[in-house]
Design a protein around this ligand. Structure first.
Ligand code: PLP
Length: 388
């Protein structure tokens, strides 16, 4: 099997498994306990926090461990907007882009539905880019938060985060970015990016599912969503997932160290793969930006097919990929991300996303490109047998 669905999830790296194992076995203490087992767990958690902080270029106290990307996004969008509104009741708007992951979009909609916020949705161009001037135009004195993703999970388009964040900063508004897909592939230094909050998910970069991080800058207020014993500086109560935090920190550190080399290598393979697919299926439509895209994502629409049928054929040929985001899989509705790019709903239904791990090889992608030609041909023949 050739696994080309890494944007959905990745296997746990051996190093992460080995690093977490002690905290699932002998060193099983609760980091809040005042005996030696608890202290060992607390030391491990502190080490994991420093490891993440090193990659992000921030202080350890600015790192909150969460149960994953979804929780990190919820805590950022709801937690920051509500904390700001509590301090200043006139703040009642949030800005998001039209292609956010549901973890951000639905958090903004919750603020609208339950707390009376207005949500300003920034459109994207045909390649999925948000305009910096467009952001400037929607900023209002009542804006509590801007949240724009670093890289999109369906089309791989990478936003100009530093420029967007500087617009928010000019208006004194905190800027959050969902870096779940970017982590491991793009630079994550929060000072260089100029962001006030940033979300990461462990299982996209070689740590287990159910581990995540939210960075929040300095004293930026975050209203907690989970109340209890006050762990994680009261930003996120609940006994910490020590093993998950250790694994995430290990995997993030490794992928960060490997990042410049792997990003360059995989970007070259991605471009070759895109060229091969466009050469063998000439009417294929590459979705997202041609160059400002994640090294790991190649996404297409194959007009005249059904994305789901192409996926089935590809799986028969030994290639596993996805029709878009794992969250939207199984839904008949065309992807809102593709519709936001201006792609017709019937074309959006034909989307297939190939996403790569950092260990993907040239041979695998050559085989996958040949499989794409065969799979698309088979689906088209089934749809119109007389066409041969
Ligand atoms: N944000 C983006 C861009 C994602 O791609 C995902 C997962 O697909 C998430 C957030 C949610 O992360 P998790 O699966 O850790 O909850």
């Amino acid at each position: 099997m050739i696994f080309l669905d890494a944007a959905a999830t990745t296997p746990v790296r051996r190093e992460a498994l080995e690093a977490m194992w002690p905290y699932l076995s002998g060193e099983f203490g609760n980091p809040s306990s005042h005996h030696s087992l608890g202290e060992a767990a607390a030391v491990a958690l502190a080490g994991a926090r420093s490891g993440v902080a090193k990659v992000l270029g921030c202080r350890a106290s600015e790192v909150t461990f969460t149960s994953g990307g979804t929780e990190a996004d919820n805590l950022a969008v709801k937690g920051i907007a509500l904390a700001r509104q509590l301090a200043d009741p006139s703040l009642n708007r949030v800005v998001i882009s039209a292609i956010e992951h549901p973890a951000v979009e639905e958090s903004a909609r919750y603020l609208e539905r339950v707390h009376g916020f207005a949500v300003d949705v920034l459109p994207v161009d045909r390649e999925g880019l948000v305009s910096v001037d467009g952001l400037r135009a929607v900023m209002r004195p009542e804006t509590a938060l801007v949240s724009i993703m670093y890289a999109n999970n369906e089309i791989g388009t990478v936003q100009p985060i530093a420029s967007l964040a500087s617009v928010a900063r000019e208006h004194g508004v905190p800027f959050h970015t969902d870096a779940v897909q970017a982590a491991g592939w793009l630079p994550l230094d929060v000072k260089a990016l100029g962001v006030d909050a940033l979300s990461i998910s462990g299982h996209k970069l070689g740590a287990p599912k159910g581990s995540g991080v939210l960075f929040t800058k300095g004293r930026l207020g975050v209203e907690p969503l989970v109340h209890g014993g006050g762990q994680e500086r009261a930003r996120r109560s609940g006994t910490e997932n020590v093993a998950g935090a250790v694994a995430l920190s290990t995997a993030l550190g490794l992928s960060h160290a490997e990042q410049p080399e792997q990003a360059a290598r995989v970007s070259d393979l991605r471009d070759q793969f895109i060229d091969q697919v466009l050469a063998t299926v000439p009417d294929a439509l590459l979705t997202g930006h041609r160059s400002q895209r994640l090294p790991s994502v190649a996404s297409f629409c194959f007009p005249g097919t059904s994305g789901e049928s192409v996926l089935l054929e590809l799986e028969r040929l030994g290639v596993v990929c996805s029709s878009g985001s794992a969250c939207a899989a199984g839904s008949d509705a065309p992807s809102p991300v593709l519709v936001a790019l201006g792609i017709a709903p019937e074309t959006a239904q034909t989307a297939v996303r190939f996403s790569f791990t950092s260990t993907v090889t040239d041979a695998e992608l050559n085989e996958a490109a040949a499989a794409v030609e065969t799979a698309v041909g088979r689906v088209r023949n089934l749809a119109s047998p007389q066409a041969g």
